[in-house]
Design a protein around this ligand. Structure first.
Ligand code: ADP
Length: 295
């Protein structure tokens, strides 16, 4: 069983020929709403990849909250740990121009309330085999969830995004850190992923650095290193590639697959989702991942 502790948002996306400058009003081509946030994306990826998955987080008392809850539940994610709190759900306001460039304003909303582990969250974390977290919710809550997991022997996998310096008290409870290249460089000051992995292994037992179309680098304190190349795909939409990787990777770990197999399943899931439009809607099922790996 995978428990995801973290963020969920409604992404409010507008498509414009050219983004407005300060004080300017422009006509947009289209608007759409898409449930997202790293936590929700990882939960959907894990559930689609076949793991029993629970989500611990918060939505607001608005229509977006209901849509986010329905989307999670509709993909088979258990939402018993998803609280509804006063105020708005988390939102991401995204302007995409014809060049494909975007600018984004994120408002935490209900995600700010995910700052501690209540009784229900403790019960869910304690009874899982793997806890997936990110840094889009307050770090106090992330630290408490990591402590709860560590106390129950649950494997803690942290995606340190958005990147920020991490305290030793948090890192000491993390089993596996999964930064992308950029986040690894912010955390360690080292651009070279091999050197960044060395530095991160001073603080955590295992590290996976995702390297975009160059695949992933895994390292552990026993001195083992693995490189899994990315599967060649024509990239259509790389939104949430990292979250898809982590969700499917976590699902495989929870299913007691080897780390190497889990890395391959995560990479396959990311490649499949990148080849199709959409974020969570493009994430593959366990059957698709299995078929892809047997080709
Ligand atoms: P993030 O989305 O967090 O920045 P990455 O860009 O590193 O993360 O992508 C995560 C994983 O997705 C990679 O390690 C790789 O397995 C897969 N991936 C990313 N981009 C591509 C691509 N263009 N082709 C194939 N696989 C990719």
């Amino acid at each position: 069983t995978v428990t995801v502790f973290g963020s969920c948002n409604m992404d409010l996306v507008v498509y414009v020929p050219v983004a407005p400058r300060r004080g300017e009003t422009v006509h947009g081509r289209a608007f759409r709403t898409v449930p997202g946030g790293k936590g929700a994306n990882q939960a959907i990826a894990a559930a689609k990849a076949g793991a029993a998955t629970r989500f611990v987080g918060a939505v607001g008392e608005d229509g977006f909250g209901e849509q986010i809850r329905d989307t999670l539940a509709g993909t088979g994610v258990d939402t018993a740990g998803l609280r509804t709190v006063g105020g708005n759900s988390g939102t991401a306001h995204i302007v995409v121009d014809d060049e494909g460039d975007n600018s984004i304003v994120v408002v935490a909303g209900a995600n700010a309330a995910v700052d501690r582990v209540d009784g229900k969250a403790e019960e869910l974390i304690a009874s899982s085999s793997c806890l997936l977290m990110q840094l889009e919710t307050p770090v106090e809550g992330v630290r408490e969830a990591a402590e709860t997991a560590a106390a129950h022997g649950v494997r803690v996998v942290l995606t340190p995004a958005p990147a920020e310096p991490l305290s030793d008290s948090l890192l000491s409870k993390v089993d596996l850190l999964v930064p992308n290249e950029h986040e690894a460089a912010v955390l360690t000051g080292k651009e070279d992923p091999e050197l960044a992995a060395d530095a991160l292994l001073d603080s955590v037992g295992e590290v996976v650095i995702t390297l975009g179309d160059r695949g992933v680098l895994y390292g552990n304190r026993a001195g083992e290193r693995l490189r899994v190349p990315a599967f060649p795909v024509r990239a259509v939409d790389t939104t949430a590639a990292g979250d898809t990787f982590v969700g499917a990777f976590g699902a495989a770990l929870a299913g007691e697959e080897s780390v190497e197999r889990a890395l391959r399943e995560g990479s396959a899931a990311a490649a499949l989702s990148i080849g199709r439009e959409g974020a969570s809607s493009s994430m593959p099922s366990a059957a698709e991942i299995g078929e892809f790996l047997e080709r």
